[in-house]
Ligand binder design. Structure first.
Ligand code: SAH
Length: 347
């Protein structure tokens, strides 16, 4: 079977076997990518028209108790210049974000014990009181179900927790022993049960990744049906064990974005900063492959460079909130416009 036939099948059934997903990845070519992108763009237009949702990303802390081998803010990286934002700083990011037109704030950070349930719930409540028309998304890693419940009760709407890889052996090559795929998936299920809009996701081209692993990621997404899905290329960071591995490919990332759009037409799919980092115009290419979300950086200028998950991470220009005008222009050049709204998932 040709990849185009399989993509047609996926387009009409939203489901393939792991072997078929693997075939799509192994036979990846410029033609199959163009074909997948055309189908994916049609699908996203049926659901979300030409609008792109924006999220203001606030990187609240680069202090982390975990030691993920790929990540620049892992606890063993003694060279990282650590910071954490105060509640006042976070609220001031929201203030400027709100006037720029953001109606979703994403608070992301390392697993920093300072941000206990009490501290985090207080911040979430204050944001929701001040901006009742805004959604709050959290991306703070693994916590207990009770903790997630408290954050939800405080008003948080969405939670992003990438599964990173749906293969448990591969998971154990990316993380130290205390972190398991089993617990990740338990967290994702807990978040869903509580009522969050939930996001999973993975890196493309992470060390030791095979096409079979990616096929499992796609099958997992097909089964879990996340509301959001973050997919970006792996990019090495010089002070991590993975410093000598090559970065993942923008082409393959875009192809996978298209496939995920076909699997799950409603999914909120960001064109990630990592995609914009490995390739100029990467984010625009992501949108043209079926993505419908961008997450400009709203963090204070003074801390932006310190949230260094990988080297050369974009943090100025069109991907920063001050660059919103440039982003609008780049998107309108390719036929899309930013929608000022919470941008919830269409059910
Ligand atoms: N502590 C939070 C946020 C982690 S950072 C959590 O655990 O969810 C957000 C995402 O950045 C991670 O899930 C990972 O997929 C991605 N990331 C980390 N290091 C990276 C790297 N070197 N290259 C590309 N993406 C990376």
């Amino acid at each position: 079977m040709a990849t185009t036939e399989l993509l047609d099948k996926l387009n009409s059934t939203q489901s393939l076997s792991i072997e078929e997903y693997k075939f799509l990845i192994d036979k990846f070519s410029a033609e199959s990518a163009a074909y997948a992108a055309a189908l994916a763009v049609n699908k996203r237009k049926e659901v979300y028209k030409n609008s792109v949702f924006i999220r203001g990303l606030i990187e609240i802390s680069n202090i982390c108790k975990n030691d993920c081998y790929y990540c620049g803010i892992r606890c063993s990286n003694k060279k990282a210049d650590r910071y954490r934002l105060s509640k006042a700083q976070i609220l001031s990011c929201c203030d400027s974000g709100y006037s720029l037109g953001f109606r979703t704030f994403v608070m992301q950070g390392g697993e920093d014990p300072y941000f206990s349930d009490d501290v985090m719930c207080d911040i979430v409540k204050s944001i929701k009181e001040k901006y009742s028309d805004c959604a709050v998304t959290l991306s703070l890693g693994e916590r207990s179900k009770e903790s997630y419940q408290k954050l939800f009760d405080a008003g948080a709407d969405r939670y992003l927790l990438r599964h990173e890889t749906a293969d448990s052996c591969h998971y154990s090559r990316l993380h130290p022993e205390n972190l398991t795929l089993e617990n990740r998936l338990q967290c994702l299920n807990n978040l869903r049960e509580i009522g969050f809009q939930v996001g999973c996701g993975f890196m493309v081209g992470s060390p030791y990744q095979t096409s079979e692993h990616l096929a499992k990621d796609l099958k997992f997404i097909e089964a879990f049906k996340p509301d959001m899905c973050g997919i970006g290329p792996f990019i090495p960071h010089k002070d991590t064990p993975f410093k000598d591995f090559p970065a993942g490919s923008a082409d393959l990332t875009c192809y996978l974005l298209s496939i995920v759009r076909l699997i799950h037409p409603q999914v909120l799919l960001p064109a990630t900063t990592a995609l914009g980092t490995v390739e100029g115009k990467g984010r625009e290419r992501g949108i043209l492959s079926g993505a419908n979300v961008v997450m400009p950086n709203l963090s204070p200028e003074s801390t932006r460079a310190k949230y260094e998950l990988y080297n050369n991470k974009l943090s100025t220009g069109a991907e920063s909130a001050n660059g919103l005008e440039a982003l609008k222009k780049n998107l309108s050049d390719i036929g899309y416009q930013i929608e000022i709204s919470r941008g919830d998932v269409k059910k």
